[in-house]
Ligand binder design. Structure first.
Ligand code: NAP
Length: 302
């Protein structure tokens, strides 16, 4: 039987509706408006489109939002001062510095300058440490991994006791999602295995997975015969493999492939995310969720 398709587009829209309601209630009952600033340095087209999408989402949810554009040649010192300004601004609950930064700026230094309590991207070592400790220590979950967990839970998969296999160990996806799924709590409590280029038999591990999360950045790395029948497959990979002309706009658009051979895998898996339209739409939504949470915490609301 063909797998159920887990639509990130639909789940993201559902969460955004929930956030819109929560934001309106916060304003009405507590006079708080979640505030998000996105800092963009330079004119990298991909960065501009990411920041624009984040601002659009913030605007649609009713946030107080600022897009702070800075020139390519801003000094590291000036950028650090700018971050400090927003750290002190009580209207701002989330600060996002769009990466990559120009070469003359030390990215780590800038990210580490963000107040961990406003670090809605969850890149600051304090928040990475909080995630590792788990429980009440956790303030924010990093956006893409948090989106992955939401997709699994909302698709109705039991995570407690499930064999979760994560392909990839990056700091952005692999390590944090492995960490999230092994925590003792709802939507987690799994037995987690992380595989990478040093792993001896990738197929053996993937085949054991009740929930298979693939974040390798290698098109069609996971073959259909590596998937356990009925498994939940979350394909994080977004790989540009060419270009096509859009029928709508007449302009070239990228052809994207996931890390899993979707057409073949959907005949074996119980549920699977498509690429595009799977994990992708969840990331910005979880950034918005973190900003609302930050606003609530700052006002002492649980
Ligand atoms: P990354 O930093 O390049 O890490 C890739 C990981 O996969 C590494 O740990 C690497 O192992 C492992 N890997 C690569 N090839 C492998 C192979 N043949 N066998 C086993 N393991 C292999 O990538 P990332 O930032 O985690 O991103 C992964 C993919 O997810 C990319 O396609 C990216 O575009 C996508 N992504 C999507 C979203 C989104 O949808 N919102 C967000 C983030 C990333 P080693 O550590 O041994 O090198």
């Amino acid at each position: 039987m063909a797998a159920r398709i887990i639509s990130g587009t639909e789940v993201a829209a559902q969460i955004r509706e929930e956030l819109k309601k929560e934001t309106a209630e916060l304003k009405e009952k507590n006079n708080i408006v979640p505030g998000l600033v996105t800092i963009l340095v330079g004119k990298n087209p991909a960065s501009i489109s990411y920041v624009t999408a984040k601002q659009k989402a913030a605007h649609e949810l009713g946030f107080y939002s600022i897009q702070d554009d800075q020139p390519d040649d801003i000094t590291e010192d000036s950028l650090l001062k700018l971050v400090e300004k927003y750290n002190k601004d009580p209207r701002i609950h989330g600060i996002l510095v769009q990466l990559p930064l120009p070469k003359h700026i030390d990215e780590k230094k800038v990210l580490n300058a963000i107040d961990p309590d406003k670090d809605v991207d969850c890149f600051h070592p304090v928040n990475v440490g909080r995630l590792m400790i788990g429980g009440d220590e956790v303030r924010f979950l990093p956006c893409t991994p948090a989106g992955i967990q939401e997709l699994i839970v909302r698709a109705g998969f039991e995570t407690s006791g499930a064999e979760v296999v994560v392909v990839g160990r990056s700091n952005i996806v692999g390590k944090p999602i492995a960490n999230i799924m092994l925590q003792k709590g709802r939507g987690a409590n799994s037995t987690v295995t992380v595989v990478h280029t040093g792993t001896k038999n990738l197929e053996f591990h993937c085949k054991r997975a009740d929930i298979l999360i693939v974040a390798a950045g290698v098109p069609h790395l996971v073959k259909p015969e590596w998937i356990k029948p009925g498994a939940c497959v979350i394909d994080v990979g977004v790989n540009r493999v060419g270009e096509r002309i859009s029928e709508k706009t007449g302009r070239p658009v990228p052809i994207l492939k996931g890390d899993v051979d979707f057409d073949a895998a959907k005949e074996i898996a119980g549920a699977i995310t498509p690429v595009p339209g799977g994990v992708g739409p969840m990331t910005i939504t979880m950034l918005m969720k973190n900003t609302v949470k930050s606003a609530k915490i700052s006002a002492g609301i649980k």
